[in-house]
Design a protein around this ligand. Structure first.
Ligand SMILES: [Zn+2]
Ligand SMILES: [Zn+2]
Length: 419
């Protein structure tokens, strides 16, 4: 009996919940099992999948489809005998052409370069070639996968392409090229690759968690003076993670101050992003600037209600709601308010997940500007509002990353101490 207990103890996995800081002692899980935090219900770890072949197959297919989507025509646009077509890279090049080079770089990074890097690293780390790589390179690649995952937006770009097509379908004849179908396939296989990447497996294949000391702890990690590494999930007393060498904090230092600073930046950018024109339609040499709200009004006039709702919610409501939610979190934490922590944590998770979908309108502008270039007749030019808007989305994403949701659960401790 004792041996059995000893074995269970030895091979269990200790994980600190990144939402509420409670330590879970998880026994070995089967493939389809998921361990959830008993306090906040957040997922702490999934059962190990032995899906190396799947990841290799999905990543290879996605890479080939991405390459195909770069080589051919994405969409063609014809009006009164004039034909214009665009490729995938034209969404970046059109920004460079109009002197918005950083925006062009952001487009290229989020829709092709970061997803391509993720696929490359995932491929290498799931093949036996991995063993030939130095540990430091394996650590770098694993960290890079999760960074690229947060900043890759091919699925948002795909929805933006579809929205753009609906927007201009009444103006001209639209044709979908080979790249369009290849990009759809790429997004599907890219998402399948991400779904099959198992964080715990990747880190355990670099250095197994059982090699590191275990701590007989229950309750909050901070009370036992241990912390969970945000990068590889290892539980440790050190200030530098012994496995991935990232800094380990029990709480994100100056989380509220950093979040508020980024929120203020995002809000200051939100105002010009909505006042300045996001795109300029040049029809027979007469420019007509259009703001985000102006664009929504035009869509309603043309009866495109679903697209008007998508753009209005993603570009106007979502950024404001997200900023309001994080400002509320900071206020609650600073003023030590007694709140329903579970609901607040769920709002935090939704706000963090949905944040990057605000980029949809910037992609729509880039697609329209790359596609509609019938000089002398009709041209769409990106406006400076698109730059403010992208910076606003980036600032609000950094604000969300800066906020430590464990602070919401520290309030529980404060009220428990008072009782
Ligand atoms: Zn939790
Ligand atoms: Zn670590």
């Amino acid at each position: 009996m004792l041996n059995l207990l000893d074995k269970c103890w030895k091979y269990r996995l200790q994980v600190v919940c990144h939402l509420c800081d409670h330590v879970s002692n998880v026994p070995e899980l089967n493939e389809n099992q998921v361990a959830v935090c008993r306090v906040c219900g957040g997922h702490v770890v999934e059962g190990a999948k032995h899906d190396d072949e799947k990841v290799i197959a999905f990543a290879t297919t996605a890479s080939i489809l991405l390459l195909c989507s770069l080589l051919f025509e994405l969409i063609s646009f014809s009006r009164q005998g004039l034909v214009q077509s665009m490729g995938l890279m034209d969404v970046s090049l059109v920004m460079v052409k109009h002197q918005y080079e950083p925006l062009g770089a952001l487009m290229a990074a989020t829709i092709t370069m970061l997803p391509a890097s993720l696929l490359l690293f995932a491929f290498f780390l799931h093949t036996p070639l991995r063993k030939l790589l130095p540990t430091s390179l394996q650590i770098f690649m694993t960290k890079a996968i999760f960074f690229c995952k947060d900043w890759s937006m091919p699925e948002i770009f795909l929805v933006a392409v579809l929205v753009s097509l609906v927007k201009i379908t009444s103006l001209a004849d639209i044709g979908m090229g080979l790249s369009f179908w290849a990009y759809i396939g790429f997004v599907v296989f890219f998402l399948l690759t991400m779904l099959n990447i198992h964080r715990q497996n990747l880190w355990d294949s670099i250095s197994h968690h059982s090699k590191y000391p275990q701590y007989p702890t229950r309750g909050r990690a901070i009370d036992s003076d241990v912390g969970g590494c945000h990068t590889c999930d290892l539980i440790t007393k050190e200030s530098e993670c012994p496995r991935c060498h990232s800094a380990v904090h029990t709480r994100n230092p100056q989380s509220v101050q950093k979040t508020l600073a980024w929120l203020a930046t995002a809000f200051m950018l939100y105002i010009p992003a909505n006042i300045a024109p996001i795109l300029i339609t040049v029809f027979l040499n007469s420019p007509e600037p259009s703001t985000i709200i102006g664009g929504v009004a035009v869509l309603i006039e043309h009866g495109s209600y679903p697209i008007a709702i998508v753009i209005f919610v993603a570009s106007v409501m979502l950024p404001l709601a997200k900023m309001a939610a994080f400002a509320l979190f900071c206020w609650v934490v600073t003023k030590q308010k007694n709140i329903c922590r579970l609901s607040f944590t769920q709002i935090y998770m939704i706000a963090e997940f949905l944040g990057k979908w605000s980029m949809i309108d910037v992609y729509v502008v880039a697609v329209l500007a790359a596609l509609v270039q019938l000089s002398g007749m009709m041209e769409i030019v990106p406006g400076v509002g698109a730059v403010y808007f992208s910076l606003m989305v980036i600032a609000s994403m950094i604000a969300a990353h800066s906020f430590d949701p464990k602070l919401l659960w520290d309030l529980e401790q404060k009220y428990a101490d008072k009782e």
